[in-house]
Design a binder for this molecule. Structure first.
Ligand code: ARG
Length: 457
């Protein structure tokens, strides 16, 4: 590959540590796309003859077909995807293949390939995020009024609706998607033509290649062009936040599907059995979504750590950006698909959820609010009175609604029969009409808003 300066090839271990073909062959489509654009520009600017470029273009298309069909053999001795493709091109078209690398280096080439790959993948992942939002919003619309417990500290807090809970994740995914779009917009500059690091003396047209590859513009500084991996870091950071969201939801699914909670039943398609305990329905898909978040975070940490000490510009360390990134984005994609599948199949048990919603004195706040609204009590006093009533009910091991009016009046003489109307969970959720609150009418409106927005794409 660089025979001129070397008398012998690399040692066996050198080849082993140096070769990236086993993983960077994933970039073959982007590599060929980049080469086609580069070649066309070389012809247009008169740097290469039209004949040479026609030969190169036809050859690259042949290589593309061969890789596509699986007939292509990648070789470790040729280090990486760029050299593999160029060497195969040389076998096919001879001398002209050697001219393709004019005014280009593997440094700007790999930076371009990686940007193209990340961009393509971000677009796919955005589509999957939208699909998960759709699955959640459809369920939320169906269950806008289904009462379930709302928790803080995983202790009963106030009743909410299942639809409201699902829409919380639709909001999170909305932010995840906007982070993805941000990252995409910022990465969309083309490093091709920065060459090794300093630019080139050939009269290339970087605007032309940038445009041909769908970039908004060429990158402005050649040193930055070949040494920047911010776009990968931003992507992994956005991916990590999304994986964290999916993991929190997965954790809830694991809890909800236990017999002790019994809020939802997962489909057979997303559950596994036990080889010894015949009764088991394990939520493995949810557990794996929760577990796999770690790999995505790991890729982000790995890349930050790898980059932090690198002087400008390119160092071979940067070849290590790929495996973690490929793995993290593939993992996120799988987790999104599994979560959407679980959501679509999930059967909530409305009776169980509603019963659970009333446990733990979840309507105590409603009682306190009633004291404020009807008796004009300051909230702090109402909080105290309600606390005493909860104490009495708890002593008797009954719900607040099971206390007698006399017992209530023993704590606060002004309480009337009307208070019992606010102690039910249905009444409780219905009353939470503030914007963004859990009242079923609100939730239905929000679900419809999302469905409409998602239909627009
Ligand atoms: N396989 C290399 C990478 O992924 C390509 C760039 C090699 N450049 C170099 N100067 N050795 O980073």
């Amino acid at each position: 590959m660089w025979g001129g300066r070397f008398a012998t090839g690399p040692g066996v271990i050198m080849e082993e540590i140096n070769a990236s073909i086993d993983f960077d062959k994933k970039l073959w489509r982007q590599d060929i796309r980049g080469s086609l654009a580069h070649a066309a520009m070389l012809a247009e600017t008169g740097i290469l003859t039209k004949e040479d470029v026609a030969t190169i273009t036809a050859g690259l298309k042949k290589v593309e077909g061969e890789i596509e069909s699986g007939a292509f053999t990648f070789s470790r001795a040729l280090e990486d995807v760029h050299m593999n493709i160029e060497s195969n091109l040389k076998d096919k078209i001879g001398l002209a293949a050697g001219r393709l690398h004019t005014a280009r280096s593997r440094n700007d080439q790999v930076a371009t390939d990686m940007r193209l790959w990340v961009r393509d993948t971000l677009d796919e992942i955005d589509g999957q995020m939208a699909d998960l939002q759709l699955a959640l919003a459809e369920k939320a619309d169906t269950y806008a009024g289904a009462v379930m417990p709302g928790f803080t500290h995983l202790q009963s807090a106030q009743p909410v609706t299942f639809g409201h809970h699902l829409l919380a994740y639709v909001e999170m995914l909305g932010r995840d998607r906007s982070r993805i779009r941000d990252a995409r917009a910022r990465l969309n500059e083309c490093p091709l033509g920065a060459a090794a690091l300093a630019g080139t003396s050939f009269p290339i047209d970087r605007h032309m290649t940038a445009k041909a590859l769908g970039f908004d513009r060429p990158t402005a500084n050649s040193l930055d062009s070949v040494s920047d991996r911010d776009f990968v870091l931003e992507t992994l950071s956005a991916a990590s936040i999304c994986a964290m969201h999916l993991s929190r939801f997965a954790e809830e699914i694991v809890l909800w599907s236990t017999p002790q909670f019994g809020f939802v039943r997962l489909s057979d398609a997303f559950s596994t059995g036990s080889s010894i305990m015949p009764q088991k329905r394990n939520p493995d898909a949810a557990e794996l979504v929760r577990g796999k978040a770690g790999r995505v975070f790991g890729a982000l940490q790995g890349l930050l750590t790898m980059m932090k000490g690198l002087p400008l510009t390119y160092s071979k360390d940067m070849q290590e950006d790929k495996e973690g990134t490929f793995d993290a984005l593939q993992t996120l994609s799988l987790c999104l698909a599994a979560t959407a599948g679980m959501v679509r199949d999930m059967q909530p048990d409305l009776k169980v959820m509603k019963k659970a919603a009333g446990l733990g004195y979840a309507t105590a706040t409603d009682l306190a609010d009633w004291l404020v609204r009807v008796l004009k009590m300051p909230f702090r006093d109402a909080h105290h009175v309600t606390g005493r009533l909860v104490g009495i009910a708890s002593e008797k091991k009954v719900g607040l609604e099971k206390l007698s009016l006399a017992e209530m009046q023993g704590v606060e003489p002004a309480i009337t029969e009307a208070v019992f109307a606010v102690l039910g969970v249905d009444q409780s959720v219905k009353s939470r009409v503030s914007y963004g609150g859990t009242a079923p009418a609100n939730v239905r409106k929000q679900a419809r808003r999302w469905l409409k927005q998602l239909a627009k794409g």
